[in-house]
Design a protein around this ligand. Structure first.
Ligand code: PXL
Length: 290
């Protein structure tokens, strides 16, 4: 069967409230023109930053779902994983990649497990080693600085120089992925911007891109960033333009949300910003890290 749309397996949780994971992955990648096939890792009442959240782990259901997809011979142009319901699922996602990916498949692993120096509430410590091992099977990984530090077994840094950023990216590439990206970078030089950096092992170039910082934190922005990056790379954008497109969309979503007051739980108003996904990349913030 011929599918006119590139197809993405999206291996993330479904959180009922608190836009993140599948509730941002699906609308973003659908709007970008892809068919998204969710493989839900867990169902939650809300994301885990809201006290009292309930989590239903789907670890025992995944093998049956995956077997069915194999039986009907589904093929994917991209495999994109994020928040997992248990450490055991990392091995299942590794096997999924082995079964469904070939050399043309874009494999993106967002090793969602921590932020601000701490593991998320539902994450067991074994998740760190499991995410390290899963990341080795990806082409692109998108840890934030805390997740990068945990995977590299380093302290979470207060600040980094550009030279140090390059060394961190190289160390991540040594784990396996050819395009590691680090988000929420604490770059000393400029504190009114939020930075991401990336390395492309194929051409040896390092990239830095950024967006204006706003004086508040929003949940789910990492998932929004990684979803746009996945779609952008799958539609053939270069790595620095994919970084710019993702930063630009996160920046506009934050800017649109920040204008409202009294919002529940620091959520991004994705529905108000999603149509800007079709905007051309209007400013090129990226530059090479020399
Ligand atoms: O945004 C990452 C994320 C995804 N899914 C769940 C989360 C979080 C971060 O807190 O709790 C359930």
């Amino acid at each position: 069967m011929n599918n006119p749309l590139p197809r993405i397996a999206a291996i993330h949780d479904l959180s009922g409230f608190g836009r993140c994971s599948l509730t941002v992955v699906i609308p973003i990648l659908s709007t970008m023109g892809f068919e998204v096939c969710p493989l839900p890792t867990a169902v939650l009442s809300t994301h885990t930053a809201i006290e009292g959240f309930k989590l239903f782990d789907l670890t025992d259901q995944l093998p049956g779902f995956i077997e069915h997809w194999k039986a009907i011979k589904l093929r994917f142009n991209a495999i994109y994983s994020g928040f997992l319901g248990s450490a055991k699922q990392a091995g299942m996602v590794r096997d999924f990649i082995k079964s469904f990916a070939d050399e043309d498949t874009l494999v993106v692993v967002d090793p969602v497990m921590a932020d601000f120096g701490k593991l998320y509430a539902s994450m067991p410590p074994e998740m760190i080693g499991e995410m390290r091992s899963l990341s080795s099977k990806a082409k692109v990984i998108t840890p934030n600085i805390t997740e990068a530090a945990f995977m590299l077994d380093r302290e979470v840094p207060e600040s980094l120089t550009e030279e140090q950023v390059k060394e961190w990216l190289k160390a991540l590439a040594d784990l396996g992925p050819s395009m590691p990206v680090i988000t929420s970078l604490p770059l000393k030089s400029n504190s009114d911007r939020s930075f991401v950096a990336a390395f492309n092992r194929e051409d040896g170039r390092f990239w830095l891109a950024g967006r204006p910082q706003v004086p508040t934190q929003y949940h789910g922005t990492g998932d929004i960033f990684s979803s746009v990056l996945t779609g952008s790379l799958l539609q053939g954008d270069s790595l620095p333009i994919a970084l710019d497109r993702s930063c630009q969309f996160v920046a506009s979503a934050i800017q649109i949300t920040f204008g409202y007051s009294g919002l529940d739980h620091h959520e991004i108003l994705l529905e108000r910003s999603i149509n800007t996904l079709h905007a051309p990349v209007t400013y090129a913030s990226y530059r090479l890290i020399p």
